[in-house]
Design a protein around this ligand. Structure first.
Ligand SMILES: [Zn+2]
Length: 215
């Protein structure tokens, strides 16, 4: 299970390699529909943009093979603050949405988006922080007991990761973090391309975000 903040945050090459290449069930839980973003191809904004970006995400998954889920978080626009993002989303509600998905999907491994770092919109760090909370809460039967009463069982995923901000730096400094580096450059003879290429092909479906040139 991968989690993130907006449509287009996801790591399409990783999803393609694990899902299409290794045959593992892959799921993506996106916090928002991206309705606070821009639109490079048409007039839709706000809720209409959220619909468009949802459909683009489903088109993306025709290439990377992931299943799509969402939380109820509203994309209220760019935020410089993790705390503001979590306060406006609703902390307990969004952790609960992640917990419900974890208990229903029962993933072995969870991969959140950006942990730490001051760069970029802080929705990204907020989604990672809530994912880490949900990783623990999903295994605790005393957390969100109404989900247990409704038939879900607690679930303890084996590992949780988040994305190091250096992945987005052109010249990243040597990191002291405990990093797992994933090589997505492998060529898949059945698919006829590398997972990185397949990931870019998937990503080019985020057309209202200006990704078409990736092809
Ligand atoms: Zn984003």
């Amino acid at each position: 299970m991968q989690t993130d903040a907006h449509p287009d945050d996801e790591d399409n090459a990783l999803l393609a390699m694990v899902g299409e290449g290794q045959g593992v069930r892959t799921t993506l839980v996106t916090a928002t529909r991206g309705d606070g973003g821009q639109n490079e191809i048409g007039p839709e904004l706000s809720q209409a943009l959220g619909v468009l970006r949802t459909e683009e995400l489903l088109a993306v998954h025709r290439f990377d093979g992931a299943e799509q889920y969402f939380t109820r978080a509203v994309d209220f626009g760019y935020s410089f603050s993790v705390e503001e993002s979590i306060q406006k989303w609703g902390h307990d509600e969004i952790v609960g949405d992640y917990v419900r998905h974890i208990r229903a999907i029962r993933p072995d491994v969870i991969v959140g988006f950006l942990c730490g770092g001051e760069g970029g919109g802080q929705h990204h760090q907020a989604s990672a922080r809530l994912t880490l909370e949900a990783f623990t809460a999903a295994a605790d039967p005393n957390k969100y007991p109404e989900q247990i009463q409704a038939g879900l069982h607690p679930w303890q995923a084996m590992r949780v990761f988040c994305t190091d901000v250096s992945a987005f730096m052109p010249n990243p400094p040597p990191s002291t973090a405990d990093l797992l580096r994933v090589d997505v450059s492998g060529f898949d003879p059945l698919l006829g391309r590398t997972y990185a290429e397949l990931g870019l092909e998937a990503r080019s479906m985020h057309k209202c975000q200006g990704t078409s040139q990736l092809l």
